[in-house]
Design a protein around this ligand. Structure first.
Ligand code: ADP
Ligand code: MG
Length: 396
């Protein structure tokens, strides 16, 4: 189903409620990574330029009790937004009531207001997180139209996304639209051949993703910590490497069914300790020493995966190939970034929080067609689930 996007709406003079994702990391009241704010700017600017009155909503962190509120105010976000937009952003330090209503009524065309953290409503009965119907209806009553640009929250059914959407004409913002096109495109109608690369820590986190991508992809390349459970299933010695004993049967079953659709590493980097100072050796996956732990794929695996990627029209990647946070075990992940960067004609997509962070921190942010901004949401999307935040957007 094709969803409405913000450019389909007649915005002039309208009060436009916008759900953005300003759930940014903060330390002592300072924003430490503003990527999500940057990504929200195109939609906000567009609505303001079209003469809409912009009312922004977002959650920030988890608000369990009254005392959490002090450190989880969105006030610093309003200041940062104002700087980035070079215009005033009115901050209203509450989520309901006369002060909010009066401030919204006072907006002129093109002006911008930010409402306090939607999860302040969670202190009294989790109204935001449980999609309390009265709350969604109340927020919706404050505007004429709704634009949902918070992909990172799309796998949740909250009052500030699904609740508001059930009362107003709703469109995707530009960021949401991009996520639907790229991540949704992989699961719904990918350009073939499709190669999926899966890694990361645990098989158990990725069962849904592996199962669904096996239905879609021509090849599924499996690296990272999860690959050792597959090697165990093949009866190999995996030493001290990550193992999920209770997923060995699942891995065995997949290997039996998938045949050569699944491609596993051929070599790995092992060490005695989980440390950057540990002595490293590269061994075949058939020769992992009993007292060592495999923490990255080896160079032959990078070459093998590179070959498998040739000719792919769609590449979807979730999960680092190794413990990329330690520079000595980042080479496998870097190698895959490089291999993907060389694929000029393919649609290349990363889903998953740590995978996205890895590609960005290693310097490959511009080498992918799309790096998802939603960790959990992108995983659920790749599992083939429908996301309530996406579903609730009006159809064209
Ligand atoms: P994503 O967030 O992209 O879905 P995951 O959370 O599944 O990815 O996995 C990321 C984590 O997996 C990283 O912290 C990385 O250090 C870890 N990891 C990758 N390979 C290994 C390995 N061989 N041994 C232990 N941990 C690993
Ligand atoms: Mg993760």
């Amino acid at each position: 189903m094709t969803k409405k996007i913000v450019s389909d709406l007649d915005l002039k003079g309208k009060t436009v409620l916008v759900r953005a994702d300003f759930n940014v990391p903060m330390k002592d009241g300072e924003i430490t990574d503003d990527n999500r704010i940057v990504q929200a700017l195109p939609t906000i600017k567009y609505i303001a330029e079209q003469g809409g009155k912009v009312v922004l909503f977002s959650h920030l962190g988890k608000v369990k009790e009254e005392s959490d509120k002090a450190s989880l105010s969105l006030k610093p976000v309003a200041a940062d937004l104002s700087k980035k937009l070079s215009k005033e952003v009115v901050f209203v330090p509450t989520t309901r009531g006369e002060q909010l209503e009066t401030a919204i009524k006072g907006l002129d065309e093109g002006e911008i207001l930010l409402v306090e953290n939607t999860r302040f409503e969670d202190v009294d009965g989790k109204k935001e997180s449980k999609n309390d119907s009265e709350l969604g209806e109340y927020w919706a009553s404050l505007g004429d139209l709704f634009v949902n640009d918070a992909f990172g929250t799309a796998h949740r059914e909250h009052a500030s996304n699904v609740g508001i959407a059930s009362h107003l004409e709703t469109a995707a913002g530009y960021l949401m639209d991009k996520e639907i096109k790229y991540i949704g495109g992989v699961v719904e109608n990918p350009d073939k051949p499709v190669v999926a690369i899966l890694g990361g820590a645990k098989v158990s986190d990725k069962i849904g993703v592996i199962t669904n991508l096996l239905k879609i992809a021509d090849k599924v390349l499996i690296g990272g910590g999860m690959s050792y459970t597959f090697f165990k299933a093949q009866g190999k010695e995996i030493g001290q490497s990550l193992l999920e004993e209770d997923k060995v049967d699942f891995a065995k079953d997949l290997l039996d069914r998938a045949g050569d659709q699944i491609v596993l590493p051929v070599d790995c980097k092992v060490a005695k300790e989980f440390s950057n100072d540990a002595e490293i050796s590269v061994v075949s996956v058939d020769d992992i020493p009993a007292d060592q732990e495999a923490m990255d794929v080896g160079p032959k695996t990078v070459e093998l995966f590179k070959e498998q990627l040739q000719g792919a029209h769609t590449v979807v990647w979730n999960g680092p190939m190794g413990v990329f946070e330690l520079s000595n075990f980042a080479k496998g992940t870097i190698g895959i970034c490089e291999a993907i960067a060389e694929l000029k004609d393919a649609n290349t997509i990363i889903g998953g929080g740590d995978s996205a962070a890895a590609a960005i921190s290693l310097g490959y942010a511009d080498d992918f067609s799309h790096i998802s901004t939603g960790g959990g949401a992108s995983l659920e999307y790749l599992e083939g689930k429908t996301l309530p935040g996406v579903e609730s957007i009006s159809d064209k």
